[in-house]
Unconditional design. Structure first.
Length: 200
């Protein structure tokens, strides 16, 4: 019995399919990075990602598994300012910009990770790492620099408070907090941050 031998034509077709799959995956990832940055995680739909990539959105499930997994891959790619300097939470202007960005784009899984674990353990781990990198670790450094004890606890208390404030402003259960200008909320948030971390 003659063993199956791949013909040159079959090998060429297989390479083309591989290139096509890799190209489609990259186009979806690029579109996702752009849309998550522009509109936030919640407001971005898989249909919009497919439209931006000019591909069938069902390919997201094939190449990434889910929207959450695609977001996770987008974080790894460095989207959403992941490689930019962390926000200065002792500066009212920096906090105002953060609050306004959330108001425009909606919440990302990062802040949710501090309040309620995601069902997807990999997404939870990535969101927690991002939260530590951009919020917790800088706060620990500030607390240590000011000579405060319990620097890690102070930083995590501050992070939990910030996440709760950000999420509560979108929930509508606390109308004064939801309706207050971002500049007013930011001024009080910076007072809280400075009190906990000893920043001036």
């Amino acid at each position: 019995m003659t063993p199956d031998v791949e013909t040159p034509q079959a090998a060429t077709a297989a390479r083309a399919r591989h290139r096509s799959a890799a190209e489609s995956r990259e186009r979806l990832l690029t579109a996702a990075v752009e849309l998550f940055a522009e509109h936030g995680y919640e407001a971005t739909t898989v249909r919009e990602i497919g439209r931006r990539a000019d591909l069938d959105p069902t390919l997201i499930a094939r190449y990434f598994g889910s929207k959450a997994a695609l977001y996770l891959e987008s974080l790894r790619r460095g989207g959403f300012g992941a490689d930019s300097p962390p926000p200065d939470l002792t500066d009212p202007a920096g906090v105002t910009e953060l609050l306004e960005r959330v108001r425009r784009n909606g919440l990302t899984p990062t802040f949710y990770a501090a309040i309620r674990p995601h069902d997807d353990a990999e997404l939870q781990a990535a969101a927690t790492d991002m939260l530590a990198h951009r919020v917790v670790d800088p706060a620990v450094a500030r607390a240590n620099a000011s000579g405060r004890g319990d620097a890690e606890l102070r930083a995590e208390l501050m992070t939990a408070a910030l996440a709760g404030i950000v999420i509560s402003r979108t929930a509508g259960a606390l109308p004064r907090l939801s309706d207050a200008p971002s500049t007013d909320v930011a001024r009080l948030v910076t007072e809280l941050v400075r009190a906990l971390t000893g920043s001036r």
